[in-house]
Design a binder for this molecule. Structure first.
Ligand code: AP5
Length: 250
């Protein structure tokens, strides 16, 4: 499985990625998590990313692509991955396509988790994340049993530094300007699927899981090798067969 989870801040990408990891045992690759780890560890890269993150702006493509290149070349990514928060703009998507085509493992589907902006503010201001295991809660919709402690491991629950109202507004503006155009990018590749992200977490997961099951059944794509100068170019692969019960772009 090689999928991209698309969606605005707070749409539930991280929540759903964790459920996919639990079910399928393939890694979640979250550029947000990787960057937050670098900031917490005070690495040179983290120090460069910190200011943009705290302002709710995107970190430079150079930094993010470096992180992704390294993470995708780790052995566990060879069996598949769930990209969460990457790509975030067209240049990142183009760079990703190039990287994965080179590795012979192109993205199979980009799943947009669609949530109205008026729901997102409450989700983000109420979010709490376990500092030890990364479990995600929401004090309004999915509170922990004990205040500020993780139900799973007892770890301390934290409020993310960029989950303040004014920073959230910046993140949503950035999403509209830079990330939302990716839906068209993946639609043109016939890889875009949309799920209603306002429903209950389990219902959203079921919708995503059926998409995953459908794309997993499709035959592996023919990876086009660069034609040798004297060879005729390969014919372009035919369009994807429609999946049962859903069409890319829905
Ligand atoms: P990142 O960490 O990627 O944040 P984001 O995209 O803004 O997304 P979030 O993590 O805020 O939300 P989510 O969709 O994962 O929602 P969640 O599942 O937690 O990026 C942070 C920053 O890093 C960026 O601003 C940027 O600076 C930098 N960055 C990262 N990637 C980058 C890149 N590629 N290029 C450049 N810069 C980059 O859910 C949210 C809340 O809602 C939770 O409380 C959850 O419990 C609740 N919830 C989830 N689903 C439901 C549901 N169905 N019903 C009710 N509540 C729900």
């Amino acid at each position: 499985m090689r999928i991209v989870l698309l969606g605005a801040p707070g749409s539930g990408k991280g929540t759903q990625a964790k459920k996919l990891v639990e079910k399928y045992g393939i890694p979640q690759i979250s550029t947000g998590d990787l960057l937050r780890e670098a900031v917490a560890a005070r690495t040179p890269l983290g120090m460069r990313a910190k200011e943009a993150m705290e302002a709710g702006q995107l970190v430079t493509d150079e930094i993010v692509l470096g992180i992704i290149r390294e993470r995708l070349s780790a052995p566990d990514a060879g069996k598949g991955f769930i990209l969460d928060g990457f790509p975030r703009n067209i240049p990142q998507a183009e760079a990703l396509d190039q990287m994965l085509t080179g590795l012979g493992m192109p993205v199979q589907a980009a799943i947009l988790i669609d949530v109205d902006f008026d729901v997102l503010m409450q989700r983000l201001t109420g979010r709490r994340t376990c500092a030890s295991c990364g479990a995600v809660y929401n004090i309004f919709t999915h509170p922990p049993q004990l205040d500020e402690r993780c139900d799973k491991c007892g770890g301390e629950l934290r409020h993310r530094a960029d989950d303040r109202e004014e920073t959230i507004a910046n993140r949503l503006r950035g999403y509209t300007a830079q990330t939302a155009p990716l839906t068209e990018y993946f639609r043109r590749q016939e890889k875009l699927f949309t799920v209603d992200g306002v429903s209950d977490v389990e219902d959203v997961f079921d919708a995503i899981d059926s998409i995953v099951a459908a794309v997993e059944q499709e035959p592996a794509p023919v990876v086009e090798a660069k034609p040798k100068p004297e060879a005729k170019p390969e014919p372009k692969p035919a369009g994807r067969a429609p999946s049962a019960g859903m069409e890319p772009g829905e």
